[in-house]
Write a protein that binds this ligand. Structure first.
Ligand SMILES: *Cc1c(COP(=O)(O)O)cnc(C)c1O
Length: 221
C-alpha cells in the first residue's frame, strides 16, 4: 500500500496536465503490480531486456516508456509495444526506430534528448543538433515515428538556481521549436524533465512529464 500512497501524494501535488512516469527500473514485478492496482498506467524502464520481461507478465494496458540510453541494435526487442522512447540522441537511432516500427505497422513516439546539464557524462544533443534534425528533409520520410517533444536531465546538484536555469533553457528552446517546426511527424507537446529530487522545480519551469523512481518505490541498490 505504501507505493500506492506515494503515487497518490505525488499526483495530488502536481498539476493535472503533468504526466507521472513511475520509474520502476530494478524493482520487482510485484511492486509494479501494486502501483498498477492503484491506478498507475505509465511506467519507465532504462534497460530494454528488463522492460520486455516486465511487459510479458504485466497487464497489457500499461504504457511502457524507455527512459534509458538507447542502443540502436536493441530497438527491435521493444518495437512491438513501447509507447514512448525518451532518450533519442542520434538521427541514426530515429531511422532504426522507424524501421522497426514499420515492421509492426506502428508509429512510435519519441523524445529527443537535449543536453542541458553542465556535467560531461550526460548523453544528449545540443540545441543546434536538435534543430538540424527537426528541419531535415529526411526526417519527414520517417513515417513510422512521431517526435512528440524533448527530454532533459539536469545536473546532479542541489544548486536550485543552476537547476532552474537548465530547465528554463530547455523550456524556452521547446517553445521556440513549437512555433518553428512544421515537419508532419513532429507534434511537439511533451517536455520530459524532473526526477525525484527536482520534479517540483522542473514543473515550475515548464515540464509536462516527470520521471519519478525512488520517491515512489524507495531507494535502488
Ligand atoms: C532512474 C531515472 C529516473 C528516476 O530517478 P529517481 O531519482 O529515482 O526519481 C529518471 N530519469 C531517468 C532517465 C532515469 O534513468
Amino acid at each position: 500500500m505504501e507505493i500506492q500512497k506515494k503515487i497518490q501524494e505525488i499526483k495530488d501535488s502536481i498539476p493535472k496536465n503533468v504526466t507521472l512516469v513511475a520509474v520502476s527500473k530494478t524493482k520487482p514485478v510485484a511492486d509494479l503490480q501494486e502501483a498498477y492496482d492503484g491506478g498507475q498506467r505509465v511506467f519507465g524502464e532504462n534497460k530494454i531486456q528488463e522492460m520486455v520481461d516486465k511487459f510479458d507478465v504485466l497487464p497489457k494496458d500499461i504504457q511502457w516508456h524507455m527512459i534509458g540510453h538507447l542502443q540502436s541494435n536493441k530497438v527491435k526487442y521493444m518495437a512491438h509495444f513501447v509507447n514512448l522512447i525518451h532518450g533519442v540522441d542520434k538521427f541514426k537511432t530515429l531511422k532504426e526506430i522507424n524501421k522497426q516500427a514499420k515492421k509492426h505497422d506502428r508509429i512510435i513516439n519519441c523524445l529527443l534528448q537535449a543536453k542541458i546539464a553542465k556535467e560531461e557524462t550526460k548523453f544528449g544533443l545540443s540545441f543546434d543538433e536538435i534543430e538540424r534534425i527537426l528541419q531535415s528533409s529526411e526526417l519527414a520520410t520517417l513515417e513510422n515515428i512521431n517526435i512528440v517533444g524533448f527530454m532533459g536531465m539536469a545536473t546532479f546538484t542541489d544548486n536550485q538556481e543552476q537547476l532552474q536555469e537548465e530547465f528554463l533553457s530547455l523550456k524556452d528552446f521547446f517553445k521556440n521549436q513549437q512555433l518553428k517546426t512544421e515537419t508532419k511527424n513532429c507534434t511537439l507537446e511533451t517536455l520530459s524533465m524532473g526526477m525525484s529530487g527536482d520534479y517540483n522545480l522542473a514543473i515550475k519551469n515548464g515540464s509536462t512529464m516527470i520521471r519519478v523512481g525512488s520517491s515512489i518505490f524507495g531507494d535502488r541498490n
